[in-house]
Write a protein that binds this ligand. Structure first.
Ligand SMILES: O=C(O)/C=C/C=C(\O)C(=O)O
Length: 92
């Protein structure tokens, strides 16, 4: 009984989430030789205020990207709006 769990940051429309579920379902049926009625797809949607990367939440990154100002902790990723785990790559 295949089960696919997907964790998404909030912000997608219900239609986007539904399409994602449909396509994942189809992919599992096609590739895993699973019966359609046995495939479970579970989407966990996390509020953007509850997902932090390097202590900068996605909501804080959004605010930076929308206003050009820093809304969260003062660090490189908050200032640039980039994901914290990629910021170090530009420093090398
Ligand atoms: O954790 C990250 O680096 C980014 C996560 C973003 C998502 O999961 C999303 O866009 O849903």
């Amino acid at each position: 009984m295949p089960q696919v769990d997907i964790t998404l940051a909030g912000g997608r429309t219900p239609s986007q989430v539904r399409n994602l579920m449909r396509e994942v379902h189809a992919a599992v049926v096609r590739t895993a030789d699973a019966r359609p009625e046995h495939v479970r797809v579970v989407v966990h949607e996390v509020p953007r205020t509850h997902w932090a990367i390097g202590d900068v939440t996605l909501a804080e990154m959004d605010a930076v990207n929308e206003t050009g100002t820093t809304a969260g902790p003062q660090n490189d990723s908050a200032a640039t709006g980039r994901l914290a785990d990629t910021a170090h790559l530009e420093q090398q």
